[in-house]
Design a protein around this ligand. Structure first.
Ligand code: ASP
Length: 380
């Protein structure tokens, strides 16, 4: 049982901006958001917001005339290595058994190839692993223990992906959801179930206490989180990748949209690319990446194509906001001319800032996402 009280407010986007300003997660020292451009600039690299501080790594490769897939991999590998990003790679929030399980895929526009891995344990750089599947096998997708074995055979290091921070958050989630993970009735430490007290006990040093508010949030609202990254070089070649630890506390073996070619990512070298972050189940049902690329092929601009994908997500719930407010989802798109755009289901969801994505076409900056619903959802 949990004692969390849950309150929900729908606020206007104006109020939402004020609320969200206080809780900005990323990019605090970087220039503020610009609107998406009407005309393109090349080279350009874009990603979900969590890639912002690493976009220059990809841009360096693009500027030297390097391959677009190498560029996006340079950016997302840095996010996979970063223990502070709890939605990707090392430090990602684990499944319900406490195991970090990663999903990723890549698409290389110039050669029209793809690779993918899912439910991979103990391997950090799964986007590179997806490329290795593409480069070194006659298959497209490897999953589970077979994918981990393949990684080890190919020289990837096996490592524990759980950081102390993500381990404590998992224990807090367990304590909230399972009586068995609290001191028993016969223990001197037994207390009437009280999640907030239990969490303070887990985060018992000043260093750990700085994670407490975050842990309360991720326990109350199992987060999604991922990086999608797309790049076009000067010649108009395009590639993309999506990599994630998926939905926190998921059932072991759950695969989201991130490794699904056509959902979490799609690239067609003649048109452009698109990807997604957020609740993968919704994206898979509308094949979002492919849908967006097909819209762009017909002449739609990237932002409108992302909004069209969101319309399809909302349509699957007959636009019932009571259900739709239970999740968030973003789409990102880049055409081969270098025009980019993004759209989010909500202007702002839970503690996140107004929806933004990251762009580097000369210097790294944020850009505002369009939103299907111009509202803020706050739930605690
Ligand atoms: N799309 C990912 C998934 O569903 C998670 C996320 O992007 O937040 O696994």
């Amino acid at each position: 049982m949990n004692n969390w009280t849950r309150r929900r407010f729908f606020l206007t986007s104006l109020t939402g901006s004020l609320v969200a300003g206080a809780g900005k997660l990323f990019a605090s020292s970087l220039p503020s958001a610009d609107a998406a451009p009407a005309s393109g600039k090349r080279p350009v690299i874009i990603s979900s917001l969590n890639g912002l501080k690493y976009l220059d790594r990809g841009m360096d490769i693009l500027k030297k005339g390097g391959d677009t897939l190498d560029a996006v991999l340079a950016t997302v590998s840095a996010v996979e290595d970063d223990p502070e990003d709890t939605s990707v790679g090392y430090g990602g929030l684990p499944n319900e058994d406490g195991e970090v399980e990663l999903d990723a895929c890549v698409m290389h526009g110039p050669t029209r190839r793809a690779g993918s891995v899912a439910s991979v344990r103990r391997i950090k750089n799964v986007a590179r692993l997806a490329k290795t599947v593409m480069d070194r096998t006659n298959h497209l997708m490897l999953v589970g223990p077979g994918a981990t074995r393949f990684a080890v055979d190919e020289g990837f290091e096996e490592t524990n992906l759980l950081t102390e921070r993500s381990r404590l958050a998992w224990l807090a989630w367990k304590a909230k959801t399972a009586e068995n993970w609290r001191p028993g009735l016969d223990s001197p430490e037994w207390k009437d179930p009280d999640d907030s007290k239990k969490m303070s006990q887990l985060f018992d040093t000043p260093e750990k206490q700085v994670w407490l508010a975050w842990a309360r949030q991720v326990v109350a609202h199992p987060p999604t989180g991922t990086i999608n990254c797309l790049a076009v070089n000067e010649k108009g070649e395009i590639s993309g990748t999506t990599t994630t630890s998926g939905l926190a506390w998921k059932i072991a073996g759950r695969v989201g949209d991130s490794p699904i070619i056509g959902a979490g990512l799609y690239v067609d070298g003649d048109v452009g690319g698109a990807g997604s972050t957020g609740r993968g189940e919704e994206n898979i049902k509308i094949a979002g990446g492919h849908t967006i690329v097909e819209m762009m092929r017909k002449g739609m601009n990237p932002t409108d194509a992302c909004l069209e994908a969101l319309h399809r997500v909302a349509r699957n719930y007959n636009h019932d906001k009571k259900r739709l407010r239970k999740f968030h989802i973003f789409f990102y798109a880049l055409n081969k001319d270098g025009v980019h755009g993004s759209a989010a289901l909500w202007n702002n969801h839970y503690d996140k800032s107004p929806a933004e994505y990251a762009v580097h076409d000369g210097s790294p900056r944020t850009a505002r996402c369009a939103s299907l619903y111009d509202e803020t959802v706050i739930e605690d």
